[in-house]
Design a protein around this ligand. Structure first.
Ligand code: UDP
Length: 459
């Protein structure tokens, strides 16, 4: 019998590729072979950062399929990308599986697919291959998506996913986040008017993958979301797949990390640096960008700011006049940071974050308190977890035209620095989540004994 061989299929976005990579490495360590599927567009970026398409053990291979878009098209337009994937990917995945099975002694024994790309689960089921569906975001977000029929019955939304109670926040229980109806996932992906219905149908189809899959895993844990896991016992907690597990350029990064920020951090006093990063997608309004720069300047504290090349739509970012000279060595700007290592560094005092789920987990795993600056998708739900439920961070208040002003930035940084309770709570939470992924912890037990067992038994 050949080696167990898992085909791994994430949704093609940075915040999905990274946790799938983390999970894959976990499987490689157990003696499982991985073929990791990126779209051709992302494949080139990952190879550029990784340097090759196979790891040293020979058990981890990067493979690719087209996403159906033309070369110059914008992959940040999620709706367009998603529609194209739904059209081309089922055929592409089938062909890939046939090709791998024909050329490799170890046939694909399992497909590990993103619930956000439910079509991969259907393809595997059609070919009779066992499936593991993985949800890389908060468990409660999956609960909300799966509760669509209930939301319709209770009059929260109509059959097209449009909210009916527009201004009423809702909360399923005191230990789950507060949600504004406008922040339901499908309404909150991008601004085009047809988005809501297209994404609503897309998420509804993905929900079926949870029913079909043989196992369902989530990058979260009982310690963070007890109630959500209680509501969906089929889903097993295996997280947080910690950022600390990353092995340098094998992380699945789309951009090259700038290592100079680590030397800069070494020069800063303990517990002093504001780390500012908004993940891989968030795009800034030029006025908001300037206001953030001025706010960081006003704090008079050291800061490390990730300024991606594509941070301002269609334009190159411009700092306020004289900003770079005035902040001098107190401010360090990089295009992409080794975020796992940054958040682990003793000089980090707080994290100004867009509240992507990976960033949320990485901050908590390192005991770093948050200042929350959500933009879209699940980020508002994660903000509510951070500020209302776990109470390990503060929200920014938006002013005129939705802008967060420089004085607000300064004042929240100071408020957080003076709040001992928040800092104590985040360290306690760090201890609990570290324990759960450690040997014998809840997340460790589910991943090893239930999910890996059939594969390990084959070895
Ligand atoms: N990240 C990184 N370097 C950076 C900024 C982000 O490595 O400079 C990583 C971060 O550690 C996280 C991922 O990119 O794992 C972003 O995922 P998240 O869910 O936080 O946000 P998204 O990009 O999906 O909005």
């Amino acid at each position: 019998m050949g080696k167990p061989h898992v085909l791994v299929v994430p949704y093609p976005a940075q915040g999905h590729v990274i946790p799938f990579m983390e999970l894959s490495r976990h499987l490689v360590k157990q003696g499982i072979k991985i073929s990791f599927v990126n779209t051709e567009f992302n494949h080139k970026r990952v190879i550029h950062a990784f340097g090759k398409n196979v790891d040293d053990s020979g058990s981890f291979h990067l493979v690719s399929v087209p996403d159906g878009l033309e070369d110059g098209e914008d992959r940040n337009q999620i709706v367009k990308l998603t529609e194209s994937l739904c059209q081309v990917m089922p055929r592409q995945l089938k062909d890939l599986i046939h090709k791998l099975n024909a050329s490799d002694d170890d046939k694909i024994s399992c497909v590990l697919a993103d619930i956000n790309l439910g079509l991969a689960v259907y393809v595997a089921a059609e070919l009779g291959i066992p499936t593991v569906a993985f949800w890389p975001a908060a468990m409660f977000q999956l609960v909300l998506n799966l509760s669509i029929p209930r939301h319709i019955d209770e009059g929260l939304i109509d059959e097209n996913g449009t909210p009916l109670m527009k201004d009423k926040m809702f909360q399923l229980s005191p230990t789950t986040p507060c949600i504004h109806p406008n922040n339901l996932l499908w309404l909150n992906i991008d601004d085009s008017p047809s988005t809501g219905k297209i994404m609503f149908d897309f998420f509804r189809r993905n929900n079926k993958a949870v029913e079909i899959a043989d196992w369902v895993l989530c990058n979260s844990c009982l310690e963070l979301e007890p109630e959500a896991f209680n509501l969906l016992p089929k889903v097993l907690p295996i997280g947080p797949l910690s950022a600390a597990n990353r092995l340098g350029n094998l992380s699945g990064n789309f951009w090259l990390e700038d290592p100079t920020c680590m030397q800069w951090l070494d020069q800063q006093p303990p517990d002093s640096v504001i780390y500012v990063a908004f993940g891989s997608f968030t795009v800034f309004d030029p006025i908001q960008f300037q206001e953030l720069a001025l706010g960081l300047e006003l704090t008079n504290r050291p800061f490390l700011w990730v300024v991606r090349e594509d941070m301002i739509k269609g334009k190159h970012h411009v700092y306020p006049q004289g900003f770079v000279e005035r902040v001098g060595n107190r401010g360090k700007m990089v295009r992409w940071a080794p975020q796992g290592a940054v958040l682990e560094h003793p000089s980090i005092a707080c994290f100004i974050s867009h509240c992507g789920w990976n960033s949320t987990l990485e901050g908590i795993s390192n005991g770093v308190p948050f200042l929350c600056w959500p933009y879209f998708a699940d980020q508002f739900l994660n903000e509510s977890y951070i500020c209302d439920i776990w109470k390990v961070g503060l929200k920014f208040e938006r002013g005129e035209r939705g802008i967060i002003g420089k004085e607000e930035i300064k004042s929240k940084v100071e408020q957080l620095a003076g709040d001992e309770n928040i800092r104590t709570r985040v360290v306690e939470l760090k201890q609990r989540v570290t324990k759960t992924v450690g040997e014998g912890g809840n997340s460790d037990k589910t991943s090893l004994s239930i999910v890996l067992y059939p594969f390990v038994a084959m070895l």
